[in-house]
Design a protein around this ligand. Structure first.
Ligand code: NAD
Length: 333
């Protein structure tokens, strides 16, 4: 049994706690949350996740206080992004493995420090890039790697949401130095997935929109040696709720996903008049990432599907997108 402590019981901390109830050989043994008004509370964010509820475990104000009372094998860092590095370091130094929410950090310096702490402590660091485990994205990667649809031609990824206002209008989310804005908070999911699907681009170009001093929407184009097209859009400006989608076009067919449609995943084969629905496992990336990481911890293996070096590359790409937005020019990588 792997014993988890959840650090930060805001929106995603509650999702982690609810998710871990469904994962074999995993148990939440404590929550560390500095805001006592949230102790035991149900929280809400931009995704409706069934099973959220109050937790029957002790709540503490700090890692040290938790360790005086409860033993945990792993800490799930669900804190505001600017705190990821320091608390991941603290948790590993205190002898625990770490699950850390995305984005890994806001600077390469912080990513490097987290990787160094992993090596120095001998503990595992798993960055929760849940889209790598989301069934419809796993299916795209499977199709892509199999070569069944022929050569890849063009890709479009989209992630739309309203403003993350669940912490209040002036919360850390709206301070770009703390959250990185929409680019690092929302868009990074697709940056990271594209990074695992197509690899590092040779160049990129991005445009962005600011609202209340924070990056609130971005559209980027990734350039690859073989000239395939790849466009990624992330936005906090949507009035119509949360939606994630992609269109992946190959020589012999097209895979199309839209989280707001039913069926959500469709395959258009070359020459076919109608698409066929593609069925994937009825699960989600939050659950599957924990199923995977718990197995890694049980078998003493590093999480090879999400090495921290690969999530560092996603931060490098997000920084390059920000530079492109600021300079208005293509960034060679
Ligand atoms: N994977 C996803 O789909 C997803 C979705 C939302 C958020 N996130 C990420 O998760 C992280 C947290 O986001 P959120 O929406 O849960 O934020 P949030 O503001 O709702 O929750 C953060 C919590 O951390 C607590 N906290 C802050 N400092 C603390 C400290 N020193 N000790 C203990 N608790 C402390 C706050 O009181 C708050 O309850 C961010 O990095 C965000 O990008 C990921």
């Amino acid at each position: 049994m792997i014993r988890f402590a959840i650090l930060g019981y805001g929106f995603i901390g509650a999702v982690h706690a609810a998710t871990l109830k469904k994962v074999d050989d995993a148990q939440v043994v404590a929550v560390i949350e500095k805001d006592k008004s949230k102790w035991g509370a149900v929280t809400r964010g931009n995704i409706d996740v069934n099973g959220m509820g109050s937790l029957d475990v002790p709540f503490f104000e700090s890692i040290a206080q938790m360790q005086d009372n409860v033993e945990a094998d792993c800490i799930s860092v669900c804190l505001p992004t600017f705190l990821h590095r320091s608390f991941a370091e603290q948790a590993m130094a205190a002898g625990m493995h770490v699950v850390c929410e995305k984005p890994m950090a806001l600077t390469l310096n912080d990513c490097d420090a987290m990787i160094a702490a992993t090596r120095a402590s001998g503990k595992q660091l798993f960055i929760a890039q849940c889209i790598r485990f989301w069934p419809e994205y796993v299916e795209l990667k499977r199709m892509h790697d199999s070569g069944l649809l022929g050569a890849p031609l063009s890709f479009r990824f989209q992630r739309l949401s309203g403003m993350p206002t669940w912490g209040g209008e002036n919360s850390w989310f709206m301070q770009e130095d703390k959250s990185g804005g929409c680019l690092f908070d929302l868009h990074v999911h697709d940056i990271d997935f594209v990074n695992t699907l197509l690899g590092k681009p040779r160049a990129l170009y991005a445009r962005g929109v600011k609202l209340a001093n924070s990056n609130a929407a971005v559209v980027s184009q990734y350039h690859y040696e073989n000239n395939l097209l790849c466009t990624i859009e992330g936005s906090w400006l949507s009035f119509s709720g949360f939606k994630m989608s992609y269109t992946a076009v190959y020589e012999n067919g097209q895979l199309e996903y839209d989280s707001t449609q039913s069926p959500a995943l469709k395959l258009w084969k070359k020459g076919a008049a109608e698409p066929e629905a593609v069925h994937v496992a009825a699960t989600d990336g939050y659950t599957e990432q924990y199923n995977y990481f718990v197995d890694c911890l049980k078998s003493g293996k590093a999480p090879a599907l999400v090495p921290p070096e690969s999530t560092r590359l996603s931060i490098e790409l997000a920084l390059a997108e920000r530079e492109s937005i600021e300079k208005g020019s293509v960034i060679e990588l």
